[in-house]
Design a protein. Structure first.
Lengths: 113, 115
């Protein structure tokens, strides 16, 4: 079945460092892809999304490109801040448009001042 | 706009008991999905309600059931609680509009502890 695999954390970076969190997926069709963020004690917030191959989602300095050839959707940010410390989840919707999400296990990011 | 609201925020139950969790969707949304998030894991899809009917279901036993009311709010019921049911239960609301893929909004969750 469809699945999402994320790099394991925690990821610890200094402020202003470059961030990459890897995400790959397995899907029989053409899913939409998402990154959600979860701050301590809170629910999930949509960070960015992409609905078709080669689409780039972006928000708050974060970017991810839907790569069908490598079945990947890696999250990047050029300069992280302490306020970016959170757990990041990669997800796909299966089937597209149904809001039935398959999530990865999450990657905890800790940014040090 | 209050967004997605869930109640209660925390609760503790004993093995074998039954529990009901509640969710009010974001204003204008008509679809509610429920997820279980075990500690250190990603959310797992339980089921989804639209037009007061279960539209999709994940790989969860029949002990997990739900309901959607005419005002689109929803309940998740879990019977015969097991220790393994301890988790954060998340509700997500969305708008079904010709299968257009718009954003789903999540509530802050209900933390269930089974002892």
């Amino acid at each position: 079945g469809n699945s999402v695999t994320q790099m394991e954390g925690p990821v610890t970076l200094s402020e202003e460092a470059f961030l990459t969190i890897n995400c790959t997926y397995t899907a029989t069709g053409y899913p939409s892809l998402f990154w959600y963020v979860q701050y301590p004690g809170e629910g999930l917030q949509l960070l960015l999304k992409a609905t078709k191959a080669d689409d780039k989602g972006s928000n708050k300095g974060f970017e991810a490109t839907y790569r069908k050839e490598t079945t990947s959707f890696h999250l990047e940010k050029g300069s992280v801040q302490v306020s970016d410390s959170a757990v990041y989840f990669c997800a796909l919707s299966d089937p597209p448009g149904t809001y039935k999400y398959i999530f990865g296990t999450g990657t905890r990011l800790k940014v040090l001042a | 706009d209050a967004g997605v609201t869930q109640s209660p925020t925390h609760l503790i139950k004993t093995r074998g008991q039954q529990v009901t969790l509640r969710c009010s969707p974001k204003s204008g949304h008509d679809t509610v999905s429920w997820y279980q998030q075990a500690l250190g894991q990603g959310p797992q899809f339980i089921f989804q309600y639209y037009e007061e009917e279960e539209r999709q279901r994940g790989n969860f036993p029949d002990r997990f059931s739900g309901h959607q009311f005419p005002n689109y709010s929803s309940e998740l019921n879990v019977n015969a609680l097991l220790l393994g049911d301890s988790a954060l239960y998340l509700c997500a609301s969305s708008l079904t509009k010709g299968w257009k893929n718009t954003e789903a909004f999540f509530g802050q969750g209900t933390r269930l502890t089974v002892v």
